[in-house]
Design a binder for this molecule. Structure first.
Ligand code: SAH
Length: 251
């Protein structure tokens, strides 16, 4: 049998948020290469005999080099194995899925992808927060505040676009991020929600405004993994009581 690599989105961390297709595919695979944001409960779905290789590489932690992961996938696939590359959320949202697919295809390996619920969507669902909302936000931008080359999204363009903005990997320097956003034209009073471990049973969040964000995040103790949701839609979060929409309310 020809080997193949499946780039599988495992969702935000809770096994219940895995799609049925993802479950079917990973249970048909012999080898799993698992990122560290993948919910540990999901590992219990592995068939007996599945080889599970943990290849987590969170920012700042000891990590498995990307190059090594690519070669490992190729090696197993060339042995004729079905390989599941399990990633948190969706493989194509800040998940390097595009790079991995391109590299594998260049090396003659069959690849297919299975989507997953990305953290931004899980965060919206948890708080009853409509990322798009008629008359309030016509769209949503998923951005990262942390890039290897130090470059930034076009914050000024985003401020003018009046979209909901969900920032991934933004928790290491919330203070600087908030300053950058306000300098770029985001209102100091803009509502912001920070959602830690969205979609998981231990989810925690804090609601704030851009100007109070750094202080409120520090007071709440929330850290990575979390997404920062910026936009008027935060004031429409249906799962939050009105008092929870006051700046600094944490849960
Ligand atoms: N592919 C993933 C994103 C990986 S980048 C996805 O689609 O969700 C890693 C960043 O994702 C983290 O720094 C954090 O900003 C975000 N993240 C991942 N899982 C999360 C979760 N359960 N809750 C909140 N943020 C999460």
């Amino acid at each position: 049998m020809n080997g193949k690599v499946w780039l599988v989105g495992a969702g935000p961390g809770d096994a219940e948020l895995l799609t049925l297709k993802a479950l079917r595919v990973i249970q048909a695979c012999d080898v799993w290469l698992v990122d560290d944001l993948v919910g540990r409960d999901i590992l219990e779905f592995a068939r007996p005999g599945t080889r599970i290789v943990e290849v987590g590489k969170r920012g700042g932690c000891k990590s498995t080099p990307q190059d090594f992961i690519l070669r490992l996938m190729a090696r197993y696939a060339r042995q004729g194995r079905q390989v599941a590359r399990l990633k948190g959320g969706d493989p194509f949202i800040f998940g390097r899925g595009g790079e991995e697919w391109a590299w594998l295809a260049e090396h003659g390996i069959d690849v297919e992808a299975v989507g997953g619920i990305t953290a931004a969507f899980a965060a919206g669902t948890d708080l009853g927060l409509p990322l798009t909302h008629r008359g309030v936000a016509r769209g949503v931008a998923l951005v990262t505040a942390h890039t290897m080359d130090g470059s930034r999204p076009d914050w000024q363009g985003l401020a003018a676009a009046k979209l909901t903005v969900v920032c991934y990997m933004g928790m290491s320097n919330v203070d600087a991020l908030a300053d950058e956003l306000m300098t770029a034209g985001f209102a100091a009073s803009l509502p912001v929600a920070v959602v830690h471990r969205a979609g998981c049973s231990d989810q925690r969040h804090v609601v704030s405004t851009l100007q109070s964000l750094a202080a409120d995040v520090a007071a709440s103790g929330l850290a990575s993994p979390a997404v920062i949701v910026l936009g008027e839609v935060v004031a429409h979060a249906c799962a939050l009581q009105p008092e929870a929409l006051q700046s600094g309310a944490a849960a």
